[in-house]
Design a protein around this ligand. Sequence first.
Ligand code: R2B
Ligand code: URA
Length: 290
Amino acid sequence: MIVNPNLSALNENFLYLLQLDLNQENLAKFSGIKHVIMQGSSKRAENLAVKLASKISKIDTRFFKPINLVNTSNFAVYRVGNILSVSHGMGNVTIDALLHELTKLLHYAGNQDFNYIRVGTSGGIGLAPGTIVVTKQSFMPNLQAHYTTYELDKQIDLPTQFDAKLVEEIINAQPTNLPFNVVVGNSIAADDFYLGQCRYDGAMKARQTHEWRNEFFKKIQALDIYNFEMESTALAAFCGQAKIPATMIAVTLLNRLDGDQVTSTAEQLGEYSDRSHEVVMNYLLSQEAI
Ligand code: R2B
Ligand code: URA
């Protein structure tokens, strides 16, 4: 892992966004981490932690509570064995801020060798709803395979390749009899759920025609892009710089070739979320003692 060399002179004692004191007792709770699983909602982060705890013995039940102060933080952090289950909110900007604090925390706690996996939802392109996509590379909506960000007015373009070995390990950890499909492909991260993904059901009207959008969807299929979501370019760009292996496992909630609205029942959505949990847990349980 590579971090900012300025950190060693900083003597930081509090992480504001995580609402966490960097005292010895807290740092000890974050030592020995091997996998960080990130999901949008705090509830899903908690659900995964509970599922993992039921599979892994030697669990310290202290960690069923979030480790940080969730009442004032946007993010909730749970620990089970050598895994952190963390919420990241919605969009590149929120996950980016989380990645800075989480990576500093793991660095201060003495971790060197861990991976980051986002487990999320997405809008599929030409896939049956409920398909799981493991992402190789992430694109911006302009179909550039990089993430454009800024230091004030200075534009910075960072590559958005995920870790091929991690993708392969996740795929190899899946049993052959899964009752749903798991595919490897590319993803687009848009900055907005509605117009950013050219939906026609937003409060503001999309300017592009259906014909134009159909052509665009054909173009992205030619690039092996299987889904739209909102965080993968920031994740890939951050982890590429920090040399932290990373990827994304995202279930598709709908097929965007058929429409814009997510019409699945709460029960179906719960089942789709369980699928992405099953895929990441198959991977985690295939790893060294957790
Ligand atoms: C997928 O789903 C969320 C929007 O519903 C967003 O966080 C994402 O990337
Ligand atoms: N998340 C997205 O960003 N887009 C979708 O279509 C579904 C979930």
